[in-house]
Write a protein that binds this ligand. Structure first.
Ligand SMILES: [Zn+2]
Ligand SMILES: [Zn+2]
Length: 163
């Protein structure tokens, strides 16, 4: 077996014990572009074991990387590890052919991208009034809001006793 490209392998002379391939592939090569939420400064490291089975090959192994995602509350970037430890692709009738694992890896990675993220459990988020990151600055908006509220005076108001 020999590599013909990133995550592409020509299936020839595959020993019965299989072959382990290790390497890395970028998110750009996987056609996963960065967006407003995610950026991908690290490649995906793969370690895959390709074994011949009766009707083709079995590919098992693991993928590891780390991505940067914005915190849901304060929008600070936080790095999150990614791992897929149960990669399993079964490809049929591939003897003498080139197999492409990019699509499978792409789907596996997309499934483990974090759907929620907090930079820390007690992230205080952004002030809705002035936009300050409350983890870093203690703005005075909250206090000013309470003072300026038309209902602020109600706290001290008591109905008059009428008899
Ligand atoms: Zn945060
Ligand atoms: Zn504020």
């Amino acid at each position: 077996m020999r590599a013909t490209g990133p995550l592409s392998f020509h299936i020839v002379d595959l020993p019965s014990a299989g072959v382990t391939v290790r390497g890395e592939i970028t998110f750009a090569q996987l056609e996963i572009p960065p967006d407003g939420l995610f950026s991908f400064p690290h490649p995906v490291h793969y370690e895959l074991h390709v074994t011949p089975v009766q009707d083709g090959v079995l590919v098992r192994g693991a993928l590891r990387s780390a991505v940067v995602r914005l915190c849901d509350r304060c929008l600070d970037p936080c790095e999150r590890p990614l791992a897929v430890t149960d990669v399993c692709y079964h490809l049929e009738h591939v003897d003498g052919k080139v197999i492409h694992l990019t699509e499978g890896v792409r789907e596996d990675i997309l499934l483990v991208l974090p759907s929620a993220c907090l930079c820390r459990e007690d992230c205080r988020g952004l002030c809705p009034t002035c936009g300050e990151n409350r983890n870093r600055t203690r703005c005075t908006c909250e206090q000013a809001e309470v003072d300026a509220s038309p209902w602020g005076g109600l706290d001290s108001w008591r109905p008059p006793l009428d008899g």
